[in-house]
Each structure stands twice: as structure tokens, then as C-alpha cells.
Write a protein that binds this ligand. Structure first.
Ligand SMILES: NC(=O)c1ccc[n+]([C@@H]2O[C@H](COP(=O)([O-])OP(=O)(O)OC[C@H]3O[C@@H](n4cnc5c(N)ncnc54)[C@H](O)[C@@H]3O)[C@@H](O)[C@H]2O)c1
Ligand SMILES: O=C(O)C1=N[C@H](C(=O)O)CCC1
Length: 256
């Protein structure tokens, strides 16, 4: 009997010389069902994506370039797995409009590829409606250019949605005078505090407070290897999920 071997999925990585991109290049190269066909950095022409014949583009670049990169991929019939931050509601709306014109194309925007982080955010959001107070502390390496982290923004949005659906009042806070920034920033009613510290990679705590008790959800990425199973999960599933998916939880069965 002749065994039919399916052709490997052709993957291009954008931001290939960066901290995440370099790790993703190694992960794709090590996967027998995937083939790395392009590894592009700043200044490389996006036309190399089209000529590479990539099926899927992985974007791990910078907030200023990710939108144009994804647009190019979608317009050229390639699915996209995006880890780059900076996808605010305006950009998301524009991408959804673009995808409506390319209904077979899938895009995954994953603020965090670490499975533990995805779970921690989902569990924290579910639990948050049972507590009076919620605040987020995100802690990252000092090379990070954006604050708050994309993960913290996403977590705050999930929390806000759960609390709104359950009619939970805003977290109590009697502050009437403060130094700028002392109370962090406000993401949909959730206070988010950003720490940048040498030695850290990517960490987050969601603090939930009620009378006489506190529940904390903490996740730590000690190494960028933590993100790679999620990157590969995204690459292997994005073609089966046409349209836009925000959050790797969209590809998981969390049963929440
Ligand atoms: N989703 C996740 O799990 C996750 C994890 C870590 C980092 N991130 C995010 O991924 C992004 C990259 O993080 P990093 O730590 O690797 O940053 P980095 O600065 O180390 O890498 C970014 C790379 O992209 C390159 N680049 C810039 N513009 C480009 C373009 N137009 N085309 C190709 N390459 C381009 C830069 O030269 C650099 O090498 C950030 O937005 C970060 O927040 C996401
Ligand atoms: O190192 C970074 O930069 C990270 N960015 C993402 C974020 O902003 O949430 C994910 C964690 C690491």
C-alpha cells in the first residue's frame, strides 16, 4: 500500500530576527508538518511573502507595522497568525471589513500564545463577577515598547464583559487626589498597572478582592519557549477558522 503524505503547510515569519520571531522560526523549522518558506525582517519587501507561496503568515513585529502586514497577507490569500500588540478597536473593525471581502481567509490575533496565560485570563474573567474589586498588574522585560501589555488589555476587556453581563458595580475606590499614574490606567473600568523590570519576561496578576478575602490569578512566562505551543496551535488551526478570531481561547475548548 502506498502511504499518502500530505504536503507540509508553508509558513512565513515576519519579525524573524526579533525575540519572538527568532523563537517562532526555530519552532516552525522543528515541526515536521510545517515548512518555513520565508523569514523576513524590517526593511524586507512584503512581496517576498507572495513569491514564497506561504499559506500562513506569522506576524511578530511591532505595533506600527502589524496592520499593514496582515492586510497584505489577507489581500494575497494567506491566513495570518498575529502575536503583535496594537490591535485597538479601530484596527479590528478595519480588519473585519477586509475579511468580509475575503471570506475564506482566517486571521488569529492572539495577545498571548502561552496556554497558561490564556487559561488564567479566562478563569479570572469568570471569577471576577463574584468580587467587589478587580485590578491587574502586568510585569514585563524593560525592552517592551508598549504599555499596558496586550494581554492585560485583553484580560481587562474579558473581565469588563463578564462584570457588565452580571451587573457588577465598578470597583470601589475613594481616591480623590493622586500623582499622575499612581492608580495605573483605566481599561474599560479595570485599573491596570505596568511594571518594567530587568530579569522579567512576561507575567501578570489579576487581583480579585472581596470582604476579608483575595483571590489572585498569576501567570509567569519565564522563557519565550512558553509561547511556541500556542503559535503552532494557531498555525495549525487558522485555516479552519475563517474570519477573525481574537484570543487563542477561540481555538480551545475551555467549556466556560
Ligand atoms: N502574543 C504573544 O504571546 C506575544 C509574546 C511575546 C511578544 N508579543 C508581541 O510580539 C511583538 C514582538 O515582540 P518581540 O519581543 O519579539 O519584539 P522585538 O522588537 O524583539 O521584535 C520585533 C521584530 O520585528 C521587526 N520588524 C519591525 N517591523 C517589521 C516589518 N515591517 N516587517 C518585518 N519585521 C519587522 C523588528 O526589526 C524586530 O526584529 C510585540 O508586539 C510583543 O508585544 C506577543
Ligand atoms: O514581551 C512582550 O512584549 C509580550 N507581549 C505580549 C503582550 O503585550 O501581552 C505578550 C506577553 C509578552
Amino acid at each position: 500500500m502506498i502511504e499518502q503524505l500530505s504536503a507540509p503547510t508553508r509558513v512565513a515569519v515576519l519579525g524573524a530576527s526579533g525575540r519572538m520571531g527568532a523563537e517562532a522560526v526555530k519552532a516552525v523549522e522543528a515541526a515536521s508538518d510545517l515548512m518555513l518558506v520565508a523569514a523576513l525582517g524590517r526593511g524586507d519587501s512584503l512581496d517576498q511573502l507572495a513569491t514564497s507561496g506561504a499559506d500562513i503568515v506569522v506576524d511578530l513585529t511591532v505595533p506600527e507595522s502589524t496592520e499593514a502586514n496582515v492586510r497584505y497577507a489577507v489581500e494575497h490569500g494567506m491566513h495570518a497568525v498575529v502575536g503583535t500588540t496594537g490591535w485597538d478597536s479601530t484596527r479590528i473593525a478595519a480588519l473585519e471589513a477586509l475579511l468580509a471581502a475575503h471570506p475564506e481567509t482566517g486571521v488569529l490575533i492572539a495577545p498571548n500564545f502561552a496556554l497558561g496565560s490564556v487559561l488564567a485570563s479566562a478563569f479570572a474573567a469568570k471569577a471576577s463577577k463574584y468580587f467587589e474589586s478587580v485590578e491587574i498588574i502586568e510585569l514585563h522585560h524593560p525592552e517592551k515598547v508598549d504599555a499596558p501589555s496586550g494581554t492585560a488589555v485583553r484580560t481587562a476587556q474579558l473581565i469588563a464583559a463578564e462584570r457588565k453581563a452580571a451587573d457588577v458595580p465598578p470597583s470601589p475606590d475613594a481616591t480623590t487626589s493622586e500623582l499622575a499614574g499612581a492608580r495605573g490606567c483605566d481599561v474599560e473600568g479595570v485599573r491596570v498597572h505596568s511594571v518594567r523590570l530587568r530579569g522579567l519576561v512576561a507575567h501578570q496578576e489579576v487581583l480579585l478582592g472581596g470582604p476579608g478575602e483575595q483571590l489572585t490569578f498569576r501567570h509567569d512566562s519565564f522563557d519565550r519557549a512558553s509561547f511556541m505551543p500556542g503559535v503552532l496551535l494557531g498555525v495549525r488551526n487558522v485555516a479552519a477558522h475563517p474570519g477573525l478570531t481574537v484570543g487563542l481561547d477561540g481555538y480551545l475548548d475551555l467549556g466556560l
